[in-house]
Design a protein around this ligand. Structure first.
Ligand code: GAR
Length: 203
């Protein structure tokens, strides 16, 4: 059994999609063992309580340095025997303390077709830019912001009458389908990084 930690700062709809996905696995070979959350008001906390996932609430401002903050997270991940990390709306860069332990075992979800629209409010950025197509990217995490080798991308059409809410809904629906499956495959090592390249086991 591979134990996965989900890092989230917000609503946690993707966390919940991951929980629904793992709950219906006929061979339960992964489980979400921990939610790491950096925002005391985040909706993901109540969702994790409902799904009975332990939550580690850890606020950056309580630590003198990013290193100390991440060391606290790392200790908890190790204590909980976490083998894989999925960022799901975690709005912080992963620093060297976590990356050195989990590089290749940590992936991120982003609501655009990277490298377009990295950073905050990718949905708003796409609307502002007036593009007709945006989408969703899943990638391995490196030291950059929404950079790192791409595992999967799917496009979403932007209709003329789309606004922030309707486009966010379309993107979330796609994320909820895509991300749990990718997490599963990466956690099991069916998709992996080899010398910076994304590789897939062929069965
Ligand atoms: C998701 O749309 C995810 O792609 C985005 O945050 C949202 C979290 O939604 N992540 C980023 O923008 C990372 N740069 P959720 O809290 O409902 O899962």
């Amino acid at each position: 059994m591979i134990r996965v930690a989900v890092f989230a700062s917000g609503t946690g709809s993707n966390y919940e999609a991951i929980m629904r996905y793992t709950a219906q696995l006929t061979v339960p070979d992964i489980e979400v063992g921990l939610v790491i959350c950096d925002q005391p008001q985040a909706g993901v906390i109540a969702k994790a309580v409902r799904w009975q996932t332990p939550v580690f609430l850890v606020e950056r401002r309580q630590f003198g340095s990013k290193k100390a903050y991440e060391q606290q997270i790392l200790s908890r991940l190790q204590q909980e025997r976490i083998g894989f990390v999925a960022l799901a709306g975690y709005m912080r860069l992963i620093g060297p303390t976590l990356l050195s332990e989990y590089y290749g075992k940590i992936i991120n979800l982003h609501p655009s077709l990277l490298p377009a629209f990295p950073g905050l409010d990718a949905v708003g950025q796409a609307l502002e830019a007036g593009v007709k197509v945006t989408g969703v990217t899943v990638h391995f995490v490196d030291a950059g912001m929404d950079t790192g080798p791409v595992i999967a991308q799917q496009a979403v059409a932007i209709d003329d009458d789309d606004d922030h809410e309707s486009l966010s809904q379309k993107i979330h629906a796609l994320e909820h389908q895509l991300y749990p499956r990718i997490i599963h495959q990466c956690a099991l090592g069916e998709i992996y990084l080899d010398q910076g390249k994304v590789c897939r086991l062929v069965r």
